[in-house]
Design a protein around this ligand. Structure first.
Ligand code: ADP
Ligand code: MG
Length: 160
């Protein structure tokens, strides 16, 4: 059974996966991506090397926006854009300190307001902005190539 928990007045559904290789993580991303049609804000959390960018490769491919080989970390440019009709924005906040003012200058709200899928690495830094993500994904090292990937879906107004 999928557990449902209440968080800030919104219902959430939590699913836990584990992968044992980068390829498995990409494959999981493909499956998940099919369900992240726009508008959808997805926050990815987890330490460096936990597999956020690897998962995003699969998600972008699953959405049909670009092949996984074309997806790379936007650490320096902050935002990558994929797809034509259906836009996917891939954001990496690694180099951002996380203060509300610095975040506001990035224009993330504008991306979120477009009919797009927005994938944000280091999404925990966004808490200050008070955006309402549809999905929160946490990635954790379990030793070697083993990762735990927890996907939490947040329903609007307490509904799924
Ligand atoms: P992040 O974006 O969180 O910093 P990356 O996806 O860039 O992480 O890097 C993850 C690294 O860990 C890659 O070098 C990848 O090959 C390796 N890796 C090993 N096992 C896995 C796994 N199960 N899932 C994802 N990446 C893995
Ligand atoms: Mg990354």
């Amino acid at each position: 059974m999928t557990p449902r928990i209440a968080l800030n007045g919104r219902l959430s559904t939590v699913k836990c996966f584990s992968t044992r290789s980068p390829e498995e993580t990409v494959a999981l991303g493909r499956e998940l991506g099919r369900e992240f049609g726009p508008p959808c804000l997805v926050l990815l959390e987890g330490e460096l090397g936990s597999g956020k960018t690897t998962l995003v490769k699969g998600i972008v491919a699953g959405l049909g926006a670009a092949p996984e080989e074309e997806v790379h970390s936007p650490s320096f440019t902050l935002v990558h854009e994929y797809g034509r009709d259906r836009k996917v924005y891939h954001v990496d906040l690694y180099r951002i300190e996380g203060g509300a003012r610095e975040l506001e200058t990035l224009g993330l709200e504008d991306l979120v307001e477009q009919n797009a899928t927005v994938l944000i690495e280091w999404g925990e830094k966004l808490d200050a902005l008070g955006l309402a993500p549809q999905v929160r994904i946490r990635l954790e090292h379990l030793g070697g190539d083993h990762r735990r990937i927890t996907v939490e879906r947040l329903g609007k107004d307490g509904r799924q």
